[in-house]
Structure formats: structure tokens, C-alpha cells
Design a protein around this ligand. Sequence first.
Ligand SMILES: [Zn+2]
Length: 538
Amino acid sequence: MEDQVLYRKWRPKSLTSILGQKEVVQILSNSIITDRLSHSFVFSGPSGTGKTSTARVFAKSINCETAIEKNLSIDDCICNSCNEINNYSSQSIIELDAASSIRQVEDLTEVMLDKINFLPGANNYKVYILDEVHMLSRHSFNALLKTLEEPPKHLIIILVTTDPEKIPQTIMSRCQILEFKSIGDQEIVDKLIKIANSENKLLSSENAQIIAAHSEGSLRNAENLLERCIIRLKQENLDKESIETVLGIVNREIPTSIIENILNTNLDTAFKLLNDQFEKHSNFESITNSFRELCRNLLHYKYKLNSDSEIEKLGQKISVDQIKSISNVVNDMKPSSYTNPKLSLEIMILNIFDKLNTQNSTLVSSENKIDELDTKKNRENQSIIQKSEDSKSSVQKPTPTQEENNDDNILLKNFIEHFSDLDWSWKVKTINNYNINENTLNLLFTHQSQIDYINQEISNPINLKLFTEAIKKTWNKDLQFNFTLNLDINFLANQIQTDNNENTKINNLQKTSSTEIFYKEASKYGSFNKLKEIKNES
Ligand SMILES: [Zn+2]
């Protein structure tokens, strides 16, 4: 109810206070002043541009007893007609919404002709405003056409539409057509500040701009958004943070934090952040848009197009390919195909999780390899034990490559040292050994995932340059490099033993399928129980 009071309060009360539609107002004003009124109009234009408001004040103006002498500035007029219209008790303006009351419109001709004969003497005109007129059936348009062909003298019909293409030519050709344009941001900003001040609220031009930016050129949207802020915020100052919370505008830290958690395989926290954002009234669009914006900022960061300290931390951790993957997942989301936006967003998070962690480590395949090797390892171990019983020497040298070649190790250490200041230095540390074959440096790894991690980093040209320079400085010559998975069974067997704890952890994570994780997570937030409820809300 409170909403309505504020909304009505700021409705324009005369043609002179219509915002951003100079041409339309000029045409209508002239027709009143020169008494050359058309009987049928089409008001066409985007929603929220003042079509219905203009229709109402036009109807008010043509029935006002003092309009001409006041040069149409009748905001404060208290003549009988204006009083009735201001109190919503006037019989001279009839509003029908074609979208919601087609049945009513079906009987339009009859209704109009019936009532027109009982016009109260004080009013000169009866004005029918048909909202969303493009929704009418062919039958209704035919009925309407009859009225338009022979309009009663005191009848004015205003057809309001956002989609004039759908109105038959026979109708259009009988109406005066007025086109409403989107309202400029600055005009919206000015109006918002004016409204806020009248409601004893402080609204800076900058913060009014935030509201205007989310109103899609619609003054009505902007006013509705401001209303929500005024009603929900008790404080005098409408500050940025409060406005964002009330309007469900996603703070840019949120998608950043969600992706960071996904990269750290904290799916739990990622879901929680998403859930919190939903509780703050963010909708599907605002959340997916916040991810798009993040991808764009990250790419800009990666290619040094700008320096944005807020995403620097994430920017260092993530590769260009990973950013592209996130962007692809987000762009594949289609709001219209989902009835439950929250569920779709959870699926989106899950898909991002899958993509990033597949790129992070092809653990599924390496897991299989490890499984295979595990069985081989057991066999190998048995033979090792047997051998060791024969000769103890093989046990004393479990990692011959590391201990035999001290020089090699120093060079490898030097190489790794080049990356010590970087966030991803730990990835370089996964290089287990190397060999040089002619002009090729073979860097050896024990897990495919380690190779993937480094590949991710050097997919960034800047990192690739660092990498090749470090090779040159370490080995004193231009070497091509190669990443090789070292599948030497003995070597791996030992490696698996030492890495056992870590691998178990990762394997467990990967073995739990994405679907399982999803259902586990989703059920925590009751999204399935609330399915019906959410559907009703949206
Ligand atoms: Zn009046």
C-alpha cells in the first residue's frame, strides 16, 4: 500500500510536468489549445516512458474547467473534474489493460457505446485508455475498428503499446500516432534527486546514477527502484552500499570471491556466497551479469589493459583459458528455459567448478593412471622386496635421479628460484627432474595435473616469456622445452608412497561425482523443498 501512495504521489498531474517527451507534449498541448482534438491515438514506445501517465493527464486536461486559462499548468487545479480525477473517482477516464482483461475488451464497443449516452454533464469527454493494446485478439481489433470508424463525439480512445508492429494497419491508419522515446539518464537522475529530497532523503547525483543505470531508460522503473530504497531504508542518507543491497545489485567482490573459492575447491563456500546474494534480492540477470563483468575485468587485467587492484589477486591465479571457460558457462545460461533461477545459478556454479577443476588438473585421467599403477606398484613392491632381500642396494636408492646428479639438482633449483616471487611458483616446483636432448629441455613430471597447472600459467604470454628467459639464464643457451610425464614405474611407485596423503585427499574429491556434490550442496539450502515457492515468486 505504501508503495502505491508514493507512486501516485509522484505521478505527473499535468502535461507540463511530463518528463522527457517534449514533442509529444507539444503536439497534445497544441491540439487542446486549438481545439482540434483527434478521437483516436496510438501512444507507442518503450515501457516506462510515460505513455499511460501522458494519456491520463491528457484526459485530465481536456476535461479541466480552467486548463486553457492556466495554459495547461493544472497540477494544483481543484475544479470538479480535476478533483475527481485526482481522487480516482472520475467516470471520465476508463483504463483497460488488454493483457489482463481481454474479456472486458471483447465487449468494448458495447460498453463504450452504452456509457457514452450517460455522460455526466460536467465532463466534456470520456477517455478510454487501452494499455498493452497489441495483446488484443483479431476479434477484439475488429470490434475496436467499428468504434474507430464512427466515433461518438465525446469519445476519445488512446491505444497504448510497446509493440505497434502487432496492431493491424486498419487500426493504425485511423489513429494519430505519437511516439514516446526512452528518457535520458540525466533527466532520470534529476527527477530521482528531486523526489528523494521531497521525501527528506539525501541522494547524491552519483548514487542516483546507479539507480538510473538499472532502470533501462524507464522513468517508472527508476521511480519504483527509488521507492524501494526509500521504503526499506530508514536512514536519511541513501548511500551506495544500501542502495545496492536494496536493489539486489551484486557487489563486484562477490563473483570474485566465488571464483576464488571454486579454484580452491571450496564448493561449499561458493554455494553459500551465491545463496547470501540471493537473500539480498539479487536476481538471475544481475548475478550472471556480475560474472560477465568479472570475466571482462580479468581479461583486461591479463592483457594489461588496465590495472585493477580489486581483482589482482584472482588475476594472478587464473589463466586466460579458465576465464574463457567461465565466460562460456555464464553465456550458456538461458533464463527463459528455467523456472527456478536459483537452481540454474547453482548449476552454473557447478559447471564452472567442473570446468576450472578439469583444467586445473586432469585428475580423473591421472587418477586412473594412478589406480593402474597402484596395482602394478603392489606387484613391483613385492618384487622390490624380493630384490632387496637379494641385494639391499636397490632400497638404499629409492630416488636415484634426485640423489645421483647433484649438479642437475642445483640447476633445477636455480631455475625454480626465478619464480620465487610469483604466486604460481609452487607450480614450477612440481617439476621433478629434467634431461636435455640436443636442443630440447625435457621437464619431467609425475602427474599430468602438474603439467596442466604450468600450461595454464604459461598460456599467458607474459608468463611464457618469464619461463623461457629463466631457462636461458639457467642453462646458458636457447633451449626448446617439453613437458613430459615420467611414467617410470619405480619412480612413480616411490612418488605415490610419499604423496600418499595428498593424493588420497584429491582422489576422494574427484571420486565424488559433480552430481553428488551438487545434490549434497543444493539440499543444504532447501532449494528443492522451496521449488514451488520460488516459482511463485518469480
Ligand atoms: Zn481542473
